[in-house]
Design a protein around this ligand. Sequence first.
Ligand SMILES: [Mg+2]
Length: 117
Amino acid sequence: MTTFLNLREQNIVRCREGYRKQLSDWTLLEWAGAAAGEMGEAANIAKKLRRIDGGFPGNAGEPSRELLVRELGREIADVVVYLDLLAAAAGLPDLGVLTASKWNEISERIGSPLRLS
Ligand SMILES: [Mg+2]
């Protein structure tokens, strides 16, 4: 099973060996821009899904809803991969640690007993 820690470990290796890139080759802004670009791709698919769900006319030859949902998942994964590289480049812990910490902070703030570990 993939974990955020596993993603971090493999992400850094693939970045170095697969793309011949060091994390420091890009600025934090460039990593953030890459993540935002992938988020834009996800949002574009969500726009197409909204068109389908709203019964609005789409572009000719647009993929089926099922295919678009599958593609949305692939773009969300792209976002996560780049966010992990952004966090790594900044010297931050993996996304699981970061997310649990922030999530718990919000739970505390709103008085929810729910916590992630
Ligand atoms: Mg993509």
